[in-house]
Write a protein that binds this ligand. Structure first.
Ligand code: GRF
Length: 211
């Protein structure tokens, strides 16, 4: 059984996509052990509660320092002994100690085709604003392993999404979520659950799907 800790900060639509696909049997031998949010108002926590999934909020506001928060955040994650940590709309900078504790066992969904529009400062709606500003015709989403950098880890899956004339950042964000994020994040978890992913020289190697 692949045990997941899903880290969230906002609406939780990516969490919902994972929950739905587990419920529909599309991700075998996998369970969400806990949903952890840094934001007590995250609707993602409500989604977890409705599904009967343990959830907890670890807020930086409750700690004297970032260091103390990082330690509490890491110990909360470790206490559930996850096999895989999934950042699903998580806006917390993942502490180095957490990356070290889970080498190639933390995955993140980023709303662009990395290496475009990623790195420090590129998150949420800002990513789509920059894509529209640059005038690219295609964008999309990326699932990658988390390493010590920002959006620099080995890429697992990507999916392209067409930008349409007149798109606003909000319209584009929703299309990228529906057509890409909510597809490739559960798919990446399925591939990992089925042992079809390994990392070699900082690149993801996929065991070929059975014909
Ligand atoms: C999504 O656009 C995701 O790409 C980004 O955070 C946003 C919110 O996602 N990382 P969710 O609805 O909280 O899953």
């Amino acid at each position: 059984m692949l045990k997941l800790a899903v880290l969230v900060s906002g609406g939780g639509t990516n969490l919902q996509a994972i929950m739905d696909q587990i419920a529909e049997g599309k991700i075998p031998n996998t369970e969400i052990a806990v949903v952890i949010s840094n934001n007590k108002n995250a609707y993602a926590l409500t989604r977890a509660e409705k599904a009967g999934i343990p959830s907890v909020c670890i807020s930086p506001k409750d700690y004297e320092s970032r260091e103390a928060f990082n330690d509490a955040f890491l110990s909360a994650v470790c206490s559930y002994e996850p096999d895989l940590v999934v950042l699903a709309g998580c806006l917390v900078v993942i502490p180095e100690k957490m990356v070290a504790a889970f080498p190639n066992r933390i995955i993140n969904i980023h709303p662009s085709l990395i290496p475009s529009f990623c790195g420090t400062g590129f998150y949420g709606l800002k990513v789509h604003e920059k894509a529209l500003e640059r005038g690219v015709k295609v964008t999309g989403a990326t699932v990658h392993f988390v390493d010590e950098g920002t959006d620099t880890g080995p890429i697992i899956l990507q999916k392209a999404v067409e930008i349409k004339q007149g798109d606003t950042p909000e319209v584009l964000q929703k299309r990228v979520m529906v057509e890409a994020e909510w597809q490739i994040l559960p798919e990446a978890i399925r591939l990992i659950a089925e042992g079809k992913i390994c990392v070699k020289d900082h690149r993801v190697i996929r065991q070929e799907e059975e014909r």
